[in-house]
Design a protein around this ligand. Structure first.
Ligand SMILES: Nc1ncnc2c1ncn2[C@@H]1O[C@H](COP(=O)(O)OP(=O)(O)OP(=O)(O)O)[C@@H](O)[C@H]1O
Ligand SMILES: [Mg+2]
Length: 258
């Protein structure tokens, strides 16, 4: 890569599911420290893109480079070790555990060797436990959820559950976060809080790749937007450019997602 500001380069990614060309030769770069959003109607291939980037699906063709390292073909945990972490379209938190324990799971994944030992066989030593909490409390505080640390996740509002999900992801100190529809199910107030949190994460120097249907959120916080339709990239640019793009406007006003 000749541009050192590029943290991720996606080269002609393809995914076929049988006869369905779900992702069709999609290519784009992601600038370091930016929020880039991937939008498009249902079934456009957004989640499939994420799955290929994060190692959950093998591309039929194409490459993803992260910091100049080829990450396609690696397992999700290997991709995460490189600093690329994804969240899921449907929350994957442990509802019966406390906020703190959920976020500690993210922290433990840092030292993957001791992870399973620590969580499931031998209890953490006092010292390890103290170290873990010291690492995690500032993240909870930073996201304004420290007062919820002992609450069961299942009892929280969706907005706070999303914040816990972000905290858990941040606990493993990723340089890039892939967020799949983080605003799904949130009310307006919760969406505003989420937007502020995502911007704060970007302002820390991390890179965010966002899939989201909430257009006002996308237009507000994105530095750049990629538009997919039927697996193909049909537009890429700044929010102001995307809003003026005729093909994009036609898809959004003419389709189910208007
Ligand atoms: N594992 C799979 N096997 C077969 N087809 C799949 C699989 N995963 C996704 N698809 C199909 O690939 C296409 C792209 O799906 P994908 O989930 O990537 O879309 P999306 O843009 O994330 O949509 P949404 O906005 O609804 O989340 C869809 O037609 C979907 O049905
Ligand atoms: Mg999806």
């Amino acid at each position: 890569m000749n541009n050192s500001n590029i943290i991720m380069r996606i080269e002609n990614l393809d995914k076929y599911f049988g006869g369905l060309h779900a992702v069709n030769s999609v290519a784009f770069d992601v600038e370091k420290g930016s929020i880039k959003s991937v939008i498009g109607p249902n079934g456009a291939g957004k989640t499939t893109m994420f799955n290929m980037i994060a190692g959950y699906e093998t591309p039929s063709n194409g490459h993803v480079f992260f910091n100049d390292i080829l990450i396609t073909g690696k397992k999700p945990w290997q991709v995460a070790e490189h600093g690329v972490l994804r969240t899921f379209q449907n929350l994957k938190l442990s509802n019966h555990m406390s906020v703190l324990d959920n976020v500690l799971l993210g922290w433990h994944s840092l030292g993957s060797a001791g992870f399973l030992d620590g969580m499931f066989s031998s209890p953490l030593s006092r010292r390890e436990e103290k170290k873990a909490k010291e690492a995690v409390f500032p993240i909870l505080e930073w996201l304004n959820i420290l007062d919820l640390k002992d609450s069961e996740v299942g009892n929280l509002s969706f907005g706070n559950q999303r914040a816990v999900e972000l905290a858990r992801a941040l606990a493993s100190n990723p340089s890039m976060l892939l967020l799949d529809e983080p605003a799904a199910g949130l009310n307006m107030h919760e969406t505003t809080d989420l937007a502020k949190r995502i911007e704060k994460i970007r302002d820390q120097g991390r890179t965010v790749l966002l899939v989201e249907h909430d257009m006002s959120l996308v237009m507000d916080i994105s530095d750049e937007i990629v538009v997919l339709n039927f697996g193909q990239k049909i537009a890429e640019g700044k929010p102001s450019e995307i809003q003026k793009n005729e093909e994009v406007v036609r898809i959004y006003l003419g389709g189910d997602d208007a």
